[in-house]
Design a protein around this ligand. Structure first.
Ligand SMILES: NC(=O)c1ccc[n+]([C@@H]2O[C@H](COP(=O)([O-])OP(=O)(O)OC[C@H]3O[C@@H](n4cnc5c(N)ncnc54)[C@H](O)[C@@H]3O)[C@@H](O)[C@H]2O)c1
Length: 341
């Protein structure tokens, strides 16, 4: 089902991350025609600020009123499944936030519902759409890094020093703590860079916050090609940290917000034998739209049939599967094999 250009957009959930969706639709020149939010004050404020006329507290009513082509589901994770099913039933294309769902059965139902309704289902693992990640993919494909040996992935923060947001603090609302919240992005990047992940071993702990979920976690993983990797997630960092480090037999890649503006550093030895701590380096700097906006643009291109779905429901499901396996490992203290897929 191809939508009109520009498509008519709705956003469900108008909290923190909805701003990134709104910015993406603005960049695309698409009109946000409807908002759905259960907090009436928040709904009123957003509708006013964004100049959106149709506002709802129930997405079923919103879809029943029609006139919507695509929806961003930016409500807490527990809402992703029912809202996706409602969107699919209304023939509306879906960009759903991460983690896609609280469990694999729910993810399967979302994939099946969108497939049957012939609507696009895209998961908002927006790091796939970043300039550095795409350049890294290109360098990996051109073999300048050689065979991947180690993948290090980190996303960590401290909630701006304000403590965990309420909708993230309970298992009922979010499904897990930093391992699921931040880790699902990194699980997706592990597959994006390294292909199939075959085993995970994890540790997690609640060290700083009064929450029922973990605030610090590590995952060690293995890919089908034999690379080993680590995922580090935390709400116990100081400030925001996000980065990936890819090491291969011919060189390495580093991209972290601690390098400043979006940057990718490629290190290699053009003439081996020099000092151990000095290498040849090529740096790439990226300007333009942020990853969230680029992901929204890619989603809309997929809706128009002009590009692939950058992160499919199956991709989102695999990220959840990897993290749920990591939770099992953290509980049992044993490695967990990921079979199939
Ligand atoms: N892609 C990313 O980098 C990224 C970053 C942050 C959050 N997220 C994800 O986005 C989702 C929302 O996170 P957030 O940080 O915006 O949380 P938030 O708590 O700031 O906002 C969520 C909003 O959804 C509203 N809401 C709750 N139930 C609803 C319902 N049934 N219908 C409509 N609105 C409802 C809440 O009132 C709240 O305003 C979570 O799944 C989270 O994991 C993704």
């Amino acid at each position: 089902m191809i939508s009109p250009t520009p498509p008519r957009v709705a956003i469900i959930g108008t909290g923190g991350i909805s701003e990134a969706h709104y910015a993406g639709y603005q960049a695309a020149g698409a009109e946000v025609v409807a908002l759905c939010e259960v907090d009436q004050d928040q709904l009123t404020a957003r509708a006013l600020a964004w100049g959106v006329r149709r506002s709802y507290t129930d997405y079923h009513t919103m879809f029943a009123d029609g006139g919507i082509d695509v929806v961003s589901i930016a409500a807490p994770t527990v809402v992703h499944h029912p809202a996706t099913l409602a969107a699919a039933a209304a023939g509306v294309h879906v960009l759903v936030e991460k983690p896609m769902a609280l469990d694999l059965d729910l993810a399967d139902e979302m994939i099946a519902a969108c497939s049957e309704a012939r609507v696009v289902l895209c998961v908002n693992h927006q790091l796939r759409s970043s300039g550095p990640a795409n350049k890294a993919k290109e360098l990996l494909a051109s073999d300048v890094i050689g065979r991947l040996t180690h993948i290090r992935l980190r996303q960590a923060h401290d909630w701006g020093g304000k403590g965990a947001r309420r909708s993230f603090a309970t298992r009922a609302s979010s499904g897990g703590g930093t391992l699921l919240d931040n880790g699902c992005h990194l699980a997706d990047l592990a597959r994006f860079f390294g292909g199939k992940v075959t085993e995970v071993y994890a540790r997690s702990a609640t060290l700083a916050y009064e929450v029922e979920v973990e605030d610090t976690a590590h995952v060690s993983f293995v890919t089908a090609d034999g690379a080993i990797g680590t995922i580090e997630t935390a709400w116990t960092a100081t400030g925001w940290e996000e980065g990936f480090w890819l090491y291969g037999t011919k060189g390495s890649i580093e991209s972290t917000n601690r390098l400043g503006a979006p940057t990718l550093r490629h290190s290699y030895r053009a003439s081996p034998g020099g000092a151990w701590d000095t290498t040849d380096v090529t740096e790439y700097r990226f300007t333009g739209l942020p990853p969230h906006s680029r992901h929204v643009l890619a989603f809309l291109a997929a809706v128009r049939g002009e590009g692939p779905v950058v992160c499919t429901g199956e991709d989102g499901r695999e990220a959840v599967r990897l993290i749920l396996s990591a939770y099992s490992s953290a509980t049992s203290g044993l490695p967990v094999a990921l079979t199939g897929c």
